[in-house]
Design a protein around this ligand. Sequence first.
Ligand code: AMP
Ligand code: MN
Ligand code: MN
Length: 318
Amino acid sequence: MINLISLCQNAEKIGISGHIRPDGDCVGSTMGLWQFLSRRFPEKKVEVRLERPSELYDFVPGVSKIVENEDDVVYDVYFVVDSVPERTGMAEKYYNAAKIKVNIDHHITNEGAGDMCYIDAGASSASELVYDLIKEADPEGEYMDESLAKTLYLGIIQDCGVFGYSNTSSKTMRIAADLISYGFDFPKLIDETFYEKTFLQNKVLGEALQKSVLCLSGQFIYSILTREDIDRLGAGEHDFEGIVNQLRYTKGVKAAAFLHEIPEGGYKVSLRSGGAVDVAKAAQAFGGGGHVRAAGCTLKGTPGQIVERLTAQISEQL
Ligand code: AMP
Ligand code: MN
Ligand code: MN
């Protein structure tokens, strides 16, 4: 395992980034690592480079300090967390330029990059892996406190569906047990970040369910929101979380896809399965990746063309 202390003690500048369209685990793992390193090494420059996360995560310490402007910093140590370096958008160039490149991830499609990596596809989340590294670096928990515990817990619950998905292990539960002992209000955190939706998000979910199409003898369900739909609803990029899971909970369905047209052009595709279909494999066929039961990619083309390609991939596995 990577030792954060020996890795960072001689560094002056440390950078951290995660994937584009950061989700809760991405925020939990990058900000958790940032909180630990900036507390453990107050004399060093520790920076997170990340796309602006959803406002839902504004309470996480350090989010307001995310560096968004571009400059020419060369970091001594650079961490890519919850992602491959290629999926970090603008941050990739800092990774490429860094003296020591580190990759921490739990995606099965990540083969490991950089000079050092800690990749465990059996982990619930990247936040679980960051917890491991912090525990190794600080066994007495000198630098662990309520807000760091809450940040890591946030990342874990977001990726394991509040301990409901199959990526939850007994280790995940033990880590969660340790984290809640720091005393933050975890039921409130779960309600506000996992279950609660804005009125608009519920409307968008309703629209996506209305437009869903069942095919492959009821085993594959998909729904598409075009730019026109999105603009009519007044939705933004943070209003689509959870839709694909709801599609997957349709009786008889083995795989679900939710597509929405993105501002850069093309469609962001989110895939979910109950286990019988390996959606990571399907996503990988289109240059994306993820896990067996949750994966994603982006595709160009008309909705009709994209659906045809996706359906062909899924049906190969049924
Ligand atoms: P999402 O549907 O965006 O919630 O993503 C589901 C899972 O697949 C998450 O673990 C993502 O990190 C991962 N994922 C999504 N898109 C990609 C991609 N283009 N490349 C690799 N992994 C992805
Ligand atoms: Mn993620
Ligand atoms: Mn993750």
